[in-house]
Design a protein around this ligand. Structure first.
Ligand SMILES: [Zn+2]
Length: 294
């Protein structure tokens, strides 16, 4: 990129305005060698900045969608400036996803069913299946919470959750709203888990954790955008969509980590299985948190 304005002749060493590093007199470098700041004291025209930003977004999106794994590959090869940084890409996609879900889909409601015990036949006792037994058990749980130390800590915790669930069972829409509000943080917490699983699956590769994390950011960014599309598909087309998603992930793994295609398939299966377990645990935790935290 050529500077728009010719630099005035400089006769004495000029420190970098940003970090104070002394820069050579001639030729004055385009960027500070220490902090990387632009040495031209001009603000680029808005139009050019906007055009550059749009170019960057489009290039990033095309690579993300049409060339699985390309963004991570480019990141590893140190070609980074032409694309959005991985974390910003992730945050943009996740923001977009949860915004659209909130605007279009937050009308759902989640029914809380509390089953504090099972009967002699192994069936869960709920407020509708056996009201008398349910009420008796809830009374015991009340006693447990009201008299600290009278039950084990596990039983006390279970009682707290059951009582909170019982109180929330008449407000299914509130629980759904709280879950949606907490979901972005929950998914964010799963990013390092996904990266750790990749690191385990590919522990013989020379990549450090940071590289697996970048791959994790790129994959999740894609999944957020893909979910927005999958969500709109008729149920008949859903299996095809899920299959395409799996093919995309497999191709991305192949491009970034290499290896035989069937080994990649096996590794992807392992990573996805454990990841789904973590996801399920997170959803359960999220549901409990949505019920008890007011
Ligand atoms: Zn500097």
């Amino acid at each position: 990129m050529q500077p728009d304005v010719a630099r005035a002749a400089v006769t004495a060493p000029e420190p970098c305005p940003n970090c104070g590093a002394v820069l050579p007199v001639a030729p004055v470098p385009r960027y500070c060698w220490q902090c990387g700041q632009d040495t031209l004291r001009i603000v680029p025209p808005l139009r050019r900045r906007a055009r550059d930003a749009v170019d960057r977004y489009v290039r990033t999106l095309v690579a993300l969608i049409a060339r699985p794994g390309r963004l991570t590959e480019e990141y590893i090869a140190n070609r980074r400036e032409r694309y959005l940084p991985p974390l910003r890409l992730y945050l943009t996609a996740s923001f977009l996803f949860f915004l659209i879900v909130k605007v279009l889909g937050a009308t759902g409601s989640i029914h809380v069913v509390v089953a504090p015990m099972v009967d002699n036949h192994g069936h869960a006792v709920t407020a509708t299946s056996n009201p008398a037994a349910y009420q008796a058990e809830m009374a015991k749980m009340h006693a447990c919470v009201d008299h600290p130390g009278s039950c084990s800590w596990g039983r006390t915790l279970a009682s707290r959750i059951a009582l909170a669930g019982d109180a929330q069972s008449s407000h299914p829409e509130v629980v759904a709203q709280r879950m949606i509000a907490r979901a972005p943080n929950a998914v964010f917490m799963l990013l390092p888990v996904f990266a750790a699983l990749l690191m385990l699956a590919y522990r013989r590769r020379r990549y450090g954790y940071a590289t697996h994390f970048v791959f994790s950011l790129h994959m999740h960014a894609f999944w957020f955008l893909a979910l927005l599309v999958l969500w709109q598909l008729p149920p008949v087309a859903l299996p095809i969509g899920v299959l395409m998603l799996a093919a995309h992930a497999w191709r991305a793994l192949q491009r970034v980590y290499g290896g035989r295609w069937w080994v990649t398939l096996g590794r992807a299966g392992l990573v996805v299985s454990f990841y789904l377990l973590a996801l399920a645990a997170t959803v359960v935790g999220l549901s409990i948190a949505s019920v008890i935290v007011t």
